[in-house]
Ligand binder design. Sequence first.
Ligand SMILES: Cc1cc2nc3c(=O)[nH]c(=O)nc-3n(C[C@H](O)[C@H](O)[C@H](O)COP(=O)(O)OP(=O)(O)OC[C@H]3O[C@@H](n4cnc5c(N)ncnc54)[C@H](O)[C@@H]3O)c2cc1C
Length: 320
Amino acid sequence: MSVLVFAENWDGKFKKSSFELVSYASQVAGMMNTTTIVLSLGKVEKSELEKLAGFGASKIVNGIGANLDVFDSQAYCRVISDIAAKEGATVVILSNNNSGKALAPRISVRLKAGIGAGVSKLPISISPFVVHKRAFSGNAFAHLTIRTDIKIITLAQNSFELIEKNAGASVEDVAIHLDGVQTQVKEVQKQSGKILLTDADIVVSGGRGMKSPDNWGPLVQLADLLGAATACSRPVSDEGWRGHEEHTGQTGKIIAPNLYIAIGISGATQHLAGVSSSKYIVAINNDKGAPIFEAAQFGIVGDAAKILPKLVEAVKEIRS
Ligand SMILES: Cc1cc2nc3c(=O)[nH]c(=O)nc-3n(C[C@H](O)[C@H](O)[C@H](O)COP(=O)(O)OP(=O)(O)OC[C@H]3O[C@@H](n4cnc5c(N)ncnc54)[C@H](O)[C@@H]3O)c2cc1C
């Protein structure tokens, strides 16, 4: 019996979210009186892998193989399922990000395991295994009992803090030989010069209150100064003011940055469904009754056209 957690890397580096995931897995393992095995796949320096040990890992398995340097859901699913079986894992934990969402159902089929997707807290109980997740776009929560022998959890981003705990894990290199995987990633094309919305720590987002696509200059400038990605509400992309790749919400991208700055966005339920897992929401809106202020921790009531240039100047001043 053990808890296996998949720690994803981005170009050989782990992000804070990977350490949060390991912290979470280690707490689940503590509740089960068992060990936490962290699995990393692809090329990662040993010093980077060793960082995982600081968050409660009992063992770090470093899977190295020809098909593993870029993410391929079929190959990764095979390896994670095989390592889970080899290590006798009864709980497999992944992030509820794009990769986790692609992997969890596939692993579930291979291991005949039930999934708790988008879990946001530690399990309520271990026997029976009951997890807590948000439902109906965050307007309710559900308690889900997973009855299969092996359980899969995908943890909602930003829902768990880092817990530093050194359990003295060492890194074990494992050579992986994959036969019979039917897909092969031939090329990865990355958007250059732009921060990917789903990866961004800070997101600056505009709604219909921006009035016109011509007014986006200061918003983009603020995003550039903060090293942030840009986003928008659905009507903005429907109107063609911004590209559809920026549309967040129930029918767009679901994101969980550390900071979401919502400018001229009313805060409709369908919009919040995509952004309410952000750690901090800052709203700028000229209507103090706008629902976005209920979701936001900080707010400015006023005209975006006047506030944005002032914010840009303030950030420039802090920077200098
Ligand atoms: C099935 C369905 C799915 C949907 N999916 C999504 C989705 O995924 N994402 C999404 O965003 N929406 C979605 N919607 C639409 C959603 O219901 C709202 O209509 C939409 O989010 C509103 O966008 P908005 O806040 O930009 O515009 P508005 O509702 O028009 O709000 C504009 C806001 O700007 C403020 N404002 C106006 N002028 C200024 C100013 N000068 N300075 C500062 N503030 C100002 C106003 O007070 C207002 O609060 C969906 C709707 C349906 C029915």
